[in-house]
Design a protein around this ligand. Structure first.
Ligand SMILES: Cc1cc2nc3c(=O)[nH]c(=O)nc-3n(C[C@H](O)[C@H](O)[C@H](O)COP(=O)(O)OP(=O)(O)OC[C@H]3O[C@@H](n4cnc5c(N)ncnc54)[C@H](O)[C@@H]3O)c2cc1C
Length: 490
C-alpha cells in the first residue's frame, strides 16, 4: 500500500477507533512494519494492549490524536497508527513488547523537539513518555531524578528551588530525554561538562522488554552508550543527574551590532574566547528577523563572582559600536527561558551544524558572506563555545566523541508557510557547503536532519564499533531505528 493510501485507510478505520475498543472486535487497524511492510492490528489486540496500560492508546479518530501526533518542527506532518501515552515504566515495557511483537515501525517521543521529526512516525507506533512528569531533587546529595517526559524547564525549576542546576539546553520547552541522550549542550557546559557528564544513571527498557538500571556499576556498557548514542538502545524511563550550585542570579551578557560589523565582531569573539575561563559561556552569531533586519550579536553569561567580571569583560565593553549592550544580573531561570518564544511549536524549521576546532579568517569569510545571502524570514548563524570541562573528558569515556571541539556552529532557519521552503532549505544547504570544509568533521547528532551510515561512522570515530556491538547486544532487530541510527550489523 502506498503511504497516502495507508493514511486514508488508517483514517477510515477511525470510526471504529473512536468506539470503545471492545465493541469493535471484528475491525482492524492497518499499520506499517519496521521494514515498510503492511500489517493489521485487530481490535482484540488493541483492546488488550490498551487494557495493559495505566496510560492510554490514542487512535486516528480520537479527539486527542491530532494534538498527540504533532511535532515541534511543523515540517513533519505524520500519521502514526497508534500512540501509546505511557504513565510509567510498566507502560513503556508493554508498549515496547507490543511494538516488537508486531514488528511495528517505532518512534519514541519525550519533549517532541526532534529537529528531524523522528519522534513521530508514519503508520507505526509512537511510544510517548511525555505523561511521565515527576521531578525529585535531593538537595543534600545534589541529585535530581526525573521521569523521561520532563522538559528542561521542569528540571531547572525544581533544582533552582535549592540554588542548584545541571547543564541543560537553552530553550526550556525542550525535552530532557532526547537532549540528554545525544550529549546535552548548554550554558553550564564549560563549567560542568555536557549534560551526559552529569548523568549518574538511567532506567531503561531495552528492545526485548527488559527493565534495566544503567550506571557506573550496573550495565556499565549500556550507561556508556546512552551518553551520546541517542535513543538507539531502548526507551529510557528515568534519568538521574548530578547538580551543582548555580545562581540563582548570574551575569547576563548581550550585545547587538550592526551587521556591517559582523566580520570584526567574529574576529574579536574567537580571540576573546581563547583565554576565557570555564565560568564564561559566551556565544556569537548573526540573526535575520522577519522584518528583514539583520544584526550581529554576542550573548551569554558569566557564572563566576560578579566582582571578577569587570576586568574579564572589559575587552567586550570596549569592542565596536554596539546598538545595545547589556551586562547585568539575571535570574538563571529567566535566562534559561529567554529563547523560548523565538522557537515556537509548529513553525517550520531547518538546521545544519558542526564542530570546529580551528577558526581562521577563511571560516569567518564563509560565515559572513554566506549569511549575506540568507533567504528565510528568520535565519540565525549561532556559534556556541565548547572547551573547559567538555574537553577534560576522554573521547572514549562516553559515546559522545567530540571532546576536542572548540565551537559548535549551527545555521537555523524557520518560516511559517511552506510556499518558499525549497528555496530556504537550498540556501541552508548552500551556506553549509561553504562552511563545512572548515569543520573538524563532526556534528551534533541531536540537530542533524538525517545522517547517512557513513557520516555517523565518521562522526563517532573510534567509538563507532563499540556502539555497533552494543546495539547488537541490546537491540539486534533495530526496533529503535528512528534516530541517528546505529545499525546492529555496523
Ligand atoms: C528549540 C530547540 C532548542 C534546542 N536547544 C538545544 C540545546 O540548547 N542543547 C542541546 O543539546 N540540544 C538542543 N536542541 C536539540 C535537542 O537536543 C533535540 O532536539 C532533542 O532530541 C530534543 O529532545 P526531546 O525529548 O524534546 O525530543 P523528542 O522529539 O521527543 O525525541 C527526540 C529523539 O530522542 C530519542 N528519545 C526521546 N525520548 C527518549 C526516551 N525516553 N528514551 C529513548 N530515546 C528517546 C528518540 O530517538 C527521539 O526520536 C534543541 C532543539 C530545539 C528544537
Amino acid at each position: 500500500m502506498r503511504r497516502r493510501d495507508f493514511v486514508s485507510a488508517a483514517l477510515s478505520t477511525s470510526v471504529v477507533a473512536c468506539l470503545p475498543i471492545d465493541k469493535a472486535r471484528t475491525s482492524t487497524l492497518p499499520a506499517l512494519t519496521m521494514t515498510g511492510g503492511e500489517t493489521t492490528l485487530t481490535q482484540t489486540e488493541l483492546a488488550e494492549f490498551a487494557a495493559s496500560l495505566r496510560g492510554d492508546v490514542v487512535l486516528p479518530n480520537d479527539a486527542a490524536y491530532d494534538q498527540a501526533r504533532r511535532a515541534w518542527n511543523g515540517v513533519f506532518d505524520k500519521h502514526p497508527a497508534l500512540i501509546a501515552r505511557c504513565r510509567g515504566a510498566a507502560d513503556v515495557t508493554q508498549a515496547v513488547n507490543f511494538a516488537r511483537s508486531h514488528q511495528l515501525i517505532t518512534a519514541v517521543r519525550a519533549g517532541g523537539h526532534s529537529m528531524a521529526g523522528k519522534s513521530i512516525c508514519e503508520g507505526g507506533i509512537v511510544i510517548d513518555v511525555s505523561p511521565m512528569q515527576s521531578v525529585r531533587v535531593d538537595p543534600d546529595r545534589r541529585i535530581a531524578r526525573i521521569d523521561a517526559g520532563v522538559l528542561l524547564r521542569g528540571l531547572d525549576h525544581e533544582a533552582q528551588q535549592f540554588g542548584l542546576a545541571t547543564t541543560a539546553g537553552v530553550v526550556s520547552h525542550t525535552g530532557a530525554a532526547g537532549l540528554t541522550l545525544g550529549g546535552g549542550l548548554g550554558r553550564l557546559q564549560r563549567k560542568h561538562g555536557l549534560t551526559i557528564d552529569n548523568l549518574r544513571g538511567v532506567d531503561i527498557v531495552t528492545a526485548d522488554g527488559r527493565w534495566l538500571r544503567a550506571n557506573r556499576d550496573e550495565n556499565a556498557d549500556l550507561f556508556w552508550g546512552v551518553r551520546g548514542g541517542g535513543g538507539n538502545f531502548g526507551v529510557v524511563t528515568a534519568f538521574e543527574y548530578q547538580l551543582h550550585p548555580v545562581g540563582p542570579t548570574v551575569l547576563n551578557v548581550a550585545s547587538l551590532y550592526p551587521i556591517e560589523q559582523a566580520r570584526q565582531m567574529l574576529e574579536f569573539y574567537f580571540e576573546f574566547m581563547q583565554a576565557a575561563p570555564d565560568d564564561l559561556y559566551i556565544g556569537a552569531g548573526m540573526i535575520k528577523r522577519p522584518d528583514g533586519r539583520a544584526m550581529a550579536m554576542i550573548s551569554g553569561c558569566f557564572f563566576g563572582r560578579f566582582d571578577a567580571a569587570d576586568a574579564l569583560l572589559q575587552p567586550l565593553r570596549e569592542f565596536g559600536t554596539p546598538i545595545v549592550q547589556t551586562i547585568a544580573p539575571i535570574e538563571y531561570l529567566d535566562l534559561q527561558s529567554r529563547n523560548d518564544d523565538n522557537n515556537p511549536h509548529g513553525r517550520k524549521y531547518y538546521s545544519k551544524s558542526g564542530f570546529f576546532n580551528d577558526v581562521d579568517s577563511s571560516l569567518i569569510d564563509a560565515l559572513v558572506e554566506g549569511f549575506g545571502r540568507a533567504r528565510a524570514p528568520q535565519t540565525g548563524v549561532l556559534i556556541s563555545p565548547f572547551g573547559g570541562a567538555v574537553g577534560r573528558v576522554n573521547p572514549g569515556d562516553t559515546a559522545f566523541y567530540h571532546r576536542d571541539a572548540q565551537f559548535n556552529i549551527e545555521v537555523a532557519l524557520s518560516w511559517e508557510a511552506n510556499a518558499q521552503s525549497a528555496e530556504y532549505v537550498e540556501w541552508g544547504r548552500e551556506f553549509w557547503r561553504g562552511v563545512m570544509p572548515f569543520a573538524s568533521s563532526g556534528f551534533y547528532v541531536n540537530t542533524e536532519m538525517d545522517p547517512s551510515e557513513r557520516r555517523l561512522r565518521e562522526n563517532y570515530g573510534a567509538n563507532y564499533d563499540r556502539l555497533v556491538a552494543l546495539k547488537h547486544r541490546y537491540d539486534p532487530g533495530n526496533l529503535f531505528r528512528l534516530n541517528a541510527n546505529i545499525k546492529p550489523t555496523g
